[in-house]
Ligand binder design. Sequence first.
Ligand SMILES: Cc1cc2nc3c(=O)[nH]c(=O)nc-3n(C[C@H](O)[C@H](O)[C@H](O)COP(=O)(O)OP(=O)(O)OC[C@H]3O[C@@H](n4cnc5c(N)ncnc54)[C@H](O)[C@@H]3O)c2cc1C
Ligand code: SF4
Length: 331
Amino acid sequence: MKPFSYTKARTEEEVIASLSSPGTRILAGGTTLYDLMKLDVETLAHLVDIASLQGLDDIRLGPERIELGALARMSDVAGHPELAARYPVLAEALAKAASQQLRNMATLGGNLLQRTRCAYFRNGLHYPCNKRLPGSGCAAQEGLDRNHALLGGSEACIAVYPGDFAVALVALDAEIETLGPGGRRRHKVAELHRLPGSTPHVETILEPEEMIIRIMVPAAPYGRASTYHKIRDRESYAFALTSAAVALDIEGDVIRSARIALGGVATRPWRVPDAEAMLAGQKFDERLAREAGRMAMRGAQPGRHNGFKLELGARTVAEAIRIASDRGARL
Ligand SMILES: Cc1cc2nc3c(=O)[nH]c(=O)nc-3n(C[C@H](O)[C@H](O)[C@H](O)COP(=O)(O)OP(=O)(O)OC[C@H]3O[C@@H](n4cnc5c(N)ncnc54)[C@H](O)[C@@H]3O)c2cc1C
Ligand code: SF4
């Protein structure tokens, strides 16, 4: 690990000013940034700690929208009783991520900006990796790609976006508010993470001097009939092999509209409008859910070792639709 300097910011403006120095990065919970620094994947000159900034850890549930501060802890949001009742998909996506100890430290802003778990990216300079060293190649293409993406990949990179929470936010059309040298901006979470294309090292649309302030989720009729279904190698403390965030607007037993996003299978949280359209105006049944699951995985391009995700991904979506539909029927 390279030596670095550290300051604690007292205001948001101080953070933005610090970020103008090259090699400076925000430190929030530190649960993933320190790991990457120890692995020499991140070689930073300075960390600006935002953990003590006031007013950025709020959890507000209003009639128009939910507002979640970027410094709200994953465990506080996952365990918020009203949020869990009104938006199970959000609470479940957080509760099924990482471990309790990590969730107690980790913040929502840091969660959105976590980097891929591709082993070639994380484990040393011995492997070609376009994300870590642009132009060096991609070891995963001819290597172990079991955990890699079937959707949204490019010749340069097939790394999966690893987070759970962003997948749920994308399904709910959430936005983030950011602060940068030019003032405050809003972005759709669906546009936050970029496809790798030929520049996989450029992962988000954020400027280097931009800080996430809060997350806004519009209040909507599909919050309660929702779920985050996650399949992993072991039942806890593991990243998704496949996951699905599903939210349904249900009237009686008819699905008026559906929102579906996939995790674990794509290079960014992956919304599937065709599968959503297939459910609109229909009554739930198992066959329909299975068809929507298959539709959700349409266009997937399996590699050498991850073909199992095609069927698993389709089944994950189908099961999530069933769970959300059951919840809708009980409202
Ligand atoms: C063993 C392990 C298992 C895990 N399993 C899962 C899992 O199953 N699912 C899952 O979703 N996650 C998982 N994670 C990831 C975990 O959720 C993240 O480490 C955590 O959410 C990051 O939050 P943090 O506050 O600690 O971020 P930090 O480590 O402090 O920061 C992460 C990145 O975000 C940037 N950043 C932080 N806050 C802001 C902000 N407000 N504005 C701009 N930039 C910011 C930092 O500069 C840094 O680049 C796991 C992590 C570990 C170590
Ligand atoms: S998949 Fe992406 S992150 Fe992994 S080795 Fe290839 S370029 Fe690097």
